[in-house]
Design a protein around this ligand. Structure first.
Ligand code: PEP
Ligand code: MG
Length: 582
């Protein structure tokens, strides 16, 4: 046998873990040859009829797969098919196809191909991760339509042998849903995005996945033996025995670490000096609530409701929202779920709710401002949450609060919704707790006044860092300026913690910073006693909490707050970590 050459290539970790197996390089998007010819005027109507028939056939097929998947993998995965079906019926798709048949006299196969190209290019031009991913969904739909037009079934996902690492240019959600989890142990994708549906699904399945691995389908050949290092973001192709041994050890360590963490599930989240630290979960869909409950999260400190809205092709009704929130809160009861009202605008856009163009959307109409400008959207959501509060412990959290006026206007909307519900004879908890996100510089400065208006505060460091440091959180150009350890950020956090203590109001940190164990000691030292984190990170943070002595944490925070540069802060944390290890 020819000796294989050992090689290493790099990518971005999309779903963490280590996978080892045999490569299967495949093309998930069938580049089928599309027949192209000019049609006669008399054939136009018939071609459009063929399009409508293909839509129905594709929808029927998708429903079949959706039902199969729903039975196997649960509602959340099947829900993505609903989004695809909605896209299939998007009026702009039919309009574009019809126009191409009528005016350019293209046969329907070519018209569909052109329409999908035009629409997905328009999505891609928006240069927004959400729409880039919808462009991939559209191409998936284009494939399905071509299959229906040619009366062929979609190319079946090959029966991968056990221990396969799938290597592909682009991964479609419909493909990952059909993968046999037992056989495929890891995925490598040349393109992809951190918030792409396919990535979300890989993460939910705990399947290690690397994205943005340049030229993976050329560098890797079917049959190559791969190590997918979804921790460091690299792939070893036909690794040497020495590297193999390194990974034997790493995998054993990871396994031991995982088992050790699971032992913490029933242990209390307390510091070495026995101070309880509340660890709640950030969730965005039902499956997250299941994971949160399985690691004993102290409720949900942040339920991002955007996911529900993003997965639809129109605003969900009050009843739909009630059902979704109910299913989620039911899984975590009797622990509280803080339901954040819709936080859209800037980088989170709904395809069915176009917003006016703004030069600086993150400084524009978003979060609570947007809801106050569209009271009908806010009212439906508030009614659903209030009705739920009659039977389950839920609270309402307002995003992107910029001042007392906004908060009072939002509270007035709650009062109006309560009055209307009372008049209709509907039950709700009149004492429902209300919270404000602290994620703008104004909210930091006014934290004391905001605290007088609400029952709890929740610090969204993701946005707070962006606004304090005037650094777009989605930009890779200025990524090095986006630094949670910037002294201005730490000083803002310390001041909110101090205000909350003085006003005796609970405050949590719910941005990504809270889920990083390297920051846990500092956050406790700054005065925080509640952290809200992704459920998958909760045990790691509990482990950190249980190793921390609060007195040492206080000292660390004091030391850090006296420093003036990011480098000094990092150095100080590094030293404290090595003291802890020694
Ligand atoms: C935050 O800004 O830190 C936050 C939790 O909200 P999101 O990430 O949803 O904007
Ligand atoms: Mg935010």
């Amino acid at each position: 046998m020819k000796a294989a050459n050992a090689k290493m290539i790099f990518g971005e970790v999309a779903s963490p873990g280590v996978a080892r197996g045999s490569a299967v390089v495949c093309e998930c998007i069938a580049e089928t040859q599309i027949a192209r010819h000019v049609i006669d005027e008399s054939e136009v109507a018939q071609e459009i009829e063929r399009f409508d028939a293909a839509v129905s056939a594709a929808e029927k097929k998708m429903i079949e797969v959706q039902q199969k998947i729903g039975r196997k993998n649960g509602h959340d995965e099947a829900a993505i098919f609903e989004a695809h079906i909605a896209l299939l019926h998007d009026p702009s798709l039919r309009e574009t196809v019809t126009a191409l048949c009528e005016t350019s006299k293209l046969n329907v196969e070519a018209a569909v191909s052109e329409a999908i190209k035009t629409l997905s290019a328009a999505f891609a031009r928006l240069d927004n991760p959400y729409f880039l991913e919808r462009a991939a969904d559209l191409r998936d739909i284009g494939n399905r339509l071509q299959q229906a037009l040619s009366n062929n079934d979609l190319p079946a996902i090959p029966d991968f042998p056990d221990g396969t690492v799938m290597v592909t240019r682009e991964l479609l959600p419909s493909v990952i849903m059909q993968l046999d989890e037992g056989a495929v142990c890891g995925v490598i994708v040349e393109q992809g995005g951190q918030t792409a549906h396919a990535t979300i699904l890989a993460r939910a399945r705990g399947m290690p996945m690397l994205i943005r691995v340049p030229n993976a389908t050329e560098a890797i050949h079917t049959g190559d033996q791969l190590i997918v290092d979804g921790l460091a973001g690299r792939v070893f192709i036909n690794a040497t025995p020495q590297i193999q041994r390194e990974y034997d050890r790493l995998e054993a360590d990871l396994q031991a670490h995982k088992s050790a963490l699971r032992e913490l599930i029933d242990l209390p989240s307390v510091t070495q000096d026995n101070v309880p630290i509340k660890l709640s979960a950030n969730i965005s869909k039902g499956a997250d609530a299941v994971t949160a409950a399985s690691v004993n999260a102290d409720g949900a400190g942040l339920y991002r409701t955007e996911f529900l809205f993003l997965a639809q092709d129109d605003f969900p009704s009050e009843e739909e929202q009630y059902k979704m929130y109910h299913a989620t809160a039911e899984r975590l009861k009797p622990r509280e779920v803080a339901i954040r009202v819709l936080d859209i605008g800037s980088d989170k856009l709904l395809s069915y709710f176009p917003l006016a163009w703004e030069a600086n959307p993150s400084l524009g109409c978003r979060g609570i401002r947007l809801l106050l400008a569209h009271p009908e959207i806010l009212n439906v959501q508030l009614r659903a949450i209030l009705r739920l509060s009659a039977t389950l412990p839920v609270s309402i959290l307002f995003p992107m609060v910029g001042g007392v006026e906004e908060l009072r206007a939002a509270k007035a909307a709650i009062e109006r919704a309560k009055t209307a519900l009372a008049n209709e004879g509907q039950s709700f908890n009149p004492e429902i707790r209300i919270g404000a996100m602290i994620e703008t510089p104004a909210a930091v400065i006014l934290a004391g006044r905001l605290a007088q208006e609400v029952d709890f505060l929740s610090i969204g460091t993701n946005d707070l860092v962006q606004y304090l440091l005037t650094t777009d959180r989605t930009s890779s150009e200025v990524a090095t300026y986006y630094e949670p350890l910037h002294p201005a950020v730490l000083s803002a956090l310390a001041s909110v913690a101090a205000v909350a203590k003085e006003r005796e109001i609970s405050v949590s940190v719910c941005g990504e910073m809270a889920g990083n164990p390297a920051y846990t000691m500092l956050l406790l030292g700054l005065g925080f006693r509640t952290l809200s984190i992704n459920p998958g990170e909760l045990l790691e943070i509990k482990s950190a909490v249980r190793s921390i002595n609060l007195q040492a944490a206080d000292e660390l925070a004091r030391e850090v707050l006296a420093l003036g540069t990011i480098q000094e802060v990092k150095e100080c944390l590094r030293k404290s970590e090595s003291r802890g290890l020694s």
